[in-house]
Design a protein around this ligand. Sequence first.
Ligand code: F0G
Length: 356
Amino acid sequence: MTYQGLIHTYGHLLDLPIHSRTVSLLEGRTPLIKADNLSRQLGGGFELFIKYEGLNPTGSFKDRGMTAAVSEALGRGVTTVICASTGNTAASAAAYAARAGMKSIVLIPQGKVAAGKLAGAIAYGAQVIQIDGSFDDALTMVVEITNKHPICLVNSINPYRIEGQKTAAFEIVDELGSAPDWLCLPVGNAGNITSYWAGFKQYCGLKSAVLSSLLPKLLGVQAAGAAPLVLGHAVENPETVATAIRIGKPARGEQALQAAEESNGRIIAVTDDQILDMQKLLARLEGIWVEPASAAGLAGLAQEVASGKLKVEGKRVVAVCTGHGLKDPEIITKDMQKPIVVPPRLDALEEIILRN
Ligand code: F0G
């Protein structure tokens, strides 16, 4: 049967009101790609899979939550949605709103949103407003405005976002036959780690009564310059090259910490250099290009494995790569040497490619 999207596939397991009217771009069903070269590079002896969420319709995992949130909103007669965003939520909200015939408004931190995300939000017709402040300031503003006006908030404070994003955990269990031993993923506003944990608990619970032995341990990874959950306090001026997770006061921070603890996992931080090195390694060893934030989960895994704090021998590990590399091309092109120019003659080409 042809694929009809996440609500069609898993709607019976999602807590969505009956008034919901499905708005879908056939999101989800993203590949779980075995990454043997990278596993070997990290020391080997374990199975590593990449859940490539950058292959969702707007290029990030946000589409899972957005199909749910916009479907609920449409069924309730909402005409305008709003979000604060580091970029991916903005593009996703704009696309789903467009499909639902709604207006979308997105608030982004000035100058800190990657080109592919901003372009997406504009292409899908959102009203884009830059805030002379951080993502956290923008989030405070959208919460305030939706308390005052009949506009629907589609940040992950919206419970239907969490419901939709649980489906990624369902897909992983369906594909592997059970949950992996470890799940590593980047943490920003902390909606995704909250969703995965809820999803694994629900789905594994359906399959067996002995739940705890079947659940994965969660390794949540923040950028060192934006690591409130590692530091134990809000960060006033978060800074990181991984702009998607440049967040100092995560809305679901408490739930993220609880999820990590319940799972016997943890939340750690990695530096920008570790993130960029991993982005490159993943692209060059596996042919998978992700945006910087999406490499954070794997960078955290590499750090924990190298220090011996995480024993992966014989284990199955899934790394969630949340957004496509095309979202943020400048991070690659800004420092690169311009490709060489040759005249359109075979001898000139031969000279270049056979030189060494
Ligand atoms: N990876 C990417 C590519 C993201 O865009 C985000 C969040 C995360 C990871 C972190 O997920 O917030 O659920 O912990 N991006 C949000 C946005 C904040 O506005 O697009 P989280």
